[in-house]
Design a binder for this molecule. Structure first.
Ligand SMILES: [Zn+2]
Length: 118
């Protein structure tokens, strides 16, 4: 299916052909068209919707259980986060102890690599 980002967009203010690029909001990549003449920016609607989902999720604080499984310990990642990260099957994630009392888990950003190279 063709993505809207494949389309060439002309600036409505000055009729100049826009250029494609990315803008970064809180570490979130949003594809966007930018007018090189008047610097107006049009973010990709799909990426903006994902960014809105991200902002809502970021505000939430989940309380999950920590339990022992054999020699390791396990935490449950809420399905909202799994859905957002587009996890479809068992996969490896990176886990590190950032600071005393703080562990972080990194997902590979599968869905945001799909439309690269444009
Ligand atoms: Zn313009």
């Amino acid at each position: 299916m063709a993505d809207i980002f494949d389309a060439d967009i002309v600036c409505d203010a000055c009729k100049t052909k826009t250029v494609k690029g990315e803008i970064l909001k809180e570490g979130f990549k949003i594809r966007a068209w930018r007018c090189p003449k008047c610097a107006k920016i049009w973010p990709h609607p799909l990426d903006m919707a994902q960014y809105e989902d991200f902002k809502k999720l970021k505000q939430r604080d989940f309380e999950v259980k920590l339990r022992q499984v054999g020699n390791s310990w396990s935490v449950s990642i809420p399905k909202e986060i799994i859905n957002f990260e587009a996890v479809k099957a068992t996969k490896l994630v990176r886990l590190s102890l950032d600071n005393p009392g703080r562990v972080s888990i990194s997902f590979t950003q599968i869905k945001r690599v799909i439309n690269r190279g444009q």
